[in-house]
Design a protein around this ligand. Structure first.
Ligand code: NAD
Length: 323
């Protein structure tokens, strides 16, 4: 990644799951990295291996407050936000604030530094979609006043504000719409299906499936996602661009695949379906293929077996925090 060599990148939310993997790639590519994170849902353990590396800095700070980074900044990557339903239902107001006020501060930072800005948006802008797969041109089906609205609407606002800065201030922006991503450094207790399934399977307990398990998800391994995000960052395309793995599976199939990856079959326990839980979720990645030459490469079984190691280690160490 030549354009990153010697660049200074501010990664907001860089102590989280995706942010920390991005930091790994940025540092490996020769960039100086300043992580700004308040540790709401991430933590310093995720980037402990980077501390002390030349050019790497960690600042504990809430990005909804006035934001300043000394010196030149070439790229501002805004990944700060609770991301799992359990997290944003626990922190609904922080989620709305970081998507609105935090995005405003992050855009202000990029503007003052004449930096390129990348927004981590989400497939949740499509809500409970009535078209499948979802192309970028689909406007979505979001319940603004339901419990999940705090996340969906915060991200929809963040996209609108980002595009307004682009139109009014000519800010150089990139908008990624990230579909469900998984891999090492997910928290055991973050409430998403993959951590919940792994921790149950590894403890020999039935895997908790919501509803009848016929709802679908499309899951992208984290290495593929980071590659797609960096390609978008360095491309000429403002987006929004869907990034995700289009291989769609039913939750019941996912539960089977996790049991295969773990090599234990404790079975399934059915639980009530959360309010506004999407029935289907699958990215149309035609645009990413055309403009970024990007397509997810890691199969579900390969990604799950890499991830199994992580959860095995976490549970052996008795930890549920990030890192
Ligand atoms: P994460 O919770 O692991 O990371 C988010 C990070 O943001 C955490 O380290 C948290 O402490 C930090 N943060 C939250 N509020 C903050 C604030 N006010 N100030 C400073 N830091 C703050 O989640 P993740 O899965 O790594 O997601 C990262 C980004 O990608 C989020 O914006 C999320 O919406 C987006 N995204 C993720 C996925 C996914 O599947 N993981 C899917 C779609 C979108």
């Amino acid at each position: 990644m030549q354009a990153l060599d010697g660049a200074h990148v501010a990664v907001l939310g860089g102590a989280g799951f995706l942010g920390s993997h991005l930091c790994d790639k940025l540092v490996a590519g020769g960039a100086s990295v300043t992580v700004i994170d308040n540790f709401l849902t991430g933590g310093p353990d995720n980037i402990a291996h980077l501390t002390g590396r030349p050019g790497f800095r960690l600042v504990r700070y809430d990005v909804t407050d006035y934001l300043h980074v000394p010196g030149a900044v070439d790229y501002v990557l805004h990944f700060a936000s609770p991301a799992s339903p359990a997290d944003y239902l626990t922190h609904p107001i922080q989620t709305l604030k970081v998507g609105s006020l935090g995005t405003h501060k992050a855009l202000g930072l990029a503007r003052s530094k004449e930096a390129r800005f990348l927004l981590a948006s989400t497939s949740e802008v499509y809500g409970n979609p009535q078209v499948n797969p979802q192309p970028e041109s689909y406007w979505g089906n979001v319940n603004p006043v339901g419990p999940r609205g705090v996340y969906d609407e915060a991200k929809r606002f963040a996209e609108a504000l980002t595009l307004a800065y682009h139109r009014v201030h000519r800010l150089d922006v990139r908008v990624s719409r990230i579909f469900n991503t998984y891999g090492p450094r997910m928290r055991v207790d973050d409430g998403r299906a993959i951590p919940a399934f792994f921790s149950a399977a590894l403890r020999g307990e039935p895997l908790p499936v919501h509803g009848d398990g016929l709802q679908t998800r499309s899951l992208c391994y984290v290495d593929d996602m980071v590659d797609g995000l960096l390609r978008l960052l360095l491309s000429d395309h403002s987006g929004p661009v869907n990034l995700g793995n289009p291989h769609e599976v039913m939750i019941l199939e996912l539960a089977e695949a996790v049991q295969d990856a773990v090599g234990q079959r404790p079975g399934i326990a059915f639980h009530p379906r959360p309010v506004d839980d999407p029935g289907v979720r699958r990215p149309d990645t035609t645009l990413a293929e055309q403009v970024l030459g990007w397509k997810a490469q890691v199969s579900l079984s390969e990604g799950l077996s890499r991830t199994a190691e992580w959860f095995r280690l976490r549970l052996r160490n008795g930890g549920s925090a990030g890192g």
